[in-house]
Design a protein around this ligand. Sequence first.
Ligand code: ADP
Length: 422
Amino acid sequence: MAKLLLGCIADDFTGATDLANNLVRAGMRVVQAIGVPEGPLDADVDAVVVALKSRTVAPAEAIAQSLDALRWLQAQGARQVYFKYCSTFDSTPQGNIGPVTEALMDALACDFTIATPAFPDNKRTVFKGYLFAGDVLLNESGMQNHPLTPMTDANLVRVLQAQCKRKVGLIDHTVVARGDAAITARIEQLKAAGVSIAIVDAVSNDDLLRMGPALAKMPLLTAGSGVAIGLPANFGLAPSSQASALPPAGGHKAIVSGSCSLATNRQVLDFIQRGGAALAIDPLRIAAGVDVAAEALAWAAPSLDKGPVLVYSTAEAGAVKSVQGKLGVDEAGAMVERTIAAIARGLVDRGVRQLVVAGGETSGACVQALGIAQMQIGPQIDPGVPWCHARAEAAQGAGLHIALKSGNFGSDDFFTKAFAVL
Ligand code: ADP
């Protein structure tokens, strides 16, 4: 098996998919692993993204998880390591971006790395070390009120320095604009001044592409998913349809949706208006002890031959609030997630091999219920949502095509369009 070029560690699940998708579009073949795999990599790919859930756990736990992922990536021969965090630099005052970065630097004997969440395609830009979300500074973007990781300072040098023992500096836009040689010279200057980690400005994809060559020799990079677009070229790779090639799709088609986001509500309605076979499930009947999953599977079975079926708990805000009022927010969520995951598993048991899942938390529950450990990333359906191919325990180890769509992603006709992409 060819040696792994890029080994990535992502601090959450959907962030991992976001990075994997960018790498594929830039020409790499990529597998996303859900947690640190137990065995060796079972695919011939250029990059692996290990998805952790380490963003808001205690720093010591985040470090332990990240080092575990690092050891596995090193065992697969990874030539460069990429620590991926959110493009809004989500972190608590203690970390975990700083502590994990320093632990990885120690483990890799790395004396200098960069840190930049810039992702211009998603309107996250860094200028003079300040992070903008859209047209406003991070701390005016709503992120100052985030329930878990409130971001009250947009100056990333200050934010990261507060989390690090090493000295944090800046490679600003006047340097980045002049390209590889200027960036490399600035790095040497910073190192001489005792700086080990540099925030890097980037306001456009051109900046990220200019940055790429200067990063070729760093053992460790830390960034959002934006920096990824400049890396495949360092390994002689260019964008190609080969990177997103998946095995041919077959079997029955289905959609399960536990997302109640506005976009998903429109997508469910669009699918029904086009005459698609759809079944709504009622959380109150689950709570009353009815085996809603068995009912849904009995409903779906005779229709599977005719085209995609949709099973959904998707509802508008008023209906969700009313259910939450009766059952409690967490209890309603967990109950619906369990039911949809059981339905997904049952559908795959019955021969579904092309499955769309709508909802971030719902996706996590389904991937777990299906017994999926690694997914190869394929062609993009809509920005941020690629088709993936995975071996699933639920399919007796056979391959399954799966697309995981979080909340507000995707056009109104997503549930129809998705199957046309395969
Ligand atoms: P999104 O990506 O749109 O945020 P998630 O799957 O992450 O979707 O979150 C949706 C949450 O709402 C899940 O916990 C799900 O179980 C729950 N849920 C889904 N349908 C309903 C419903 N009809 N009433 C109450 N809660 C629901």
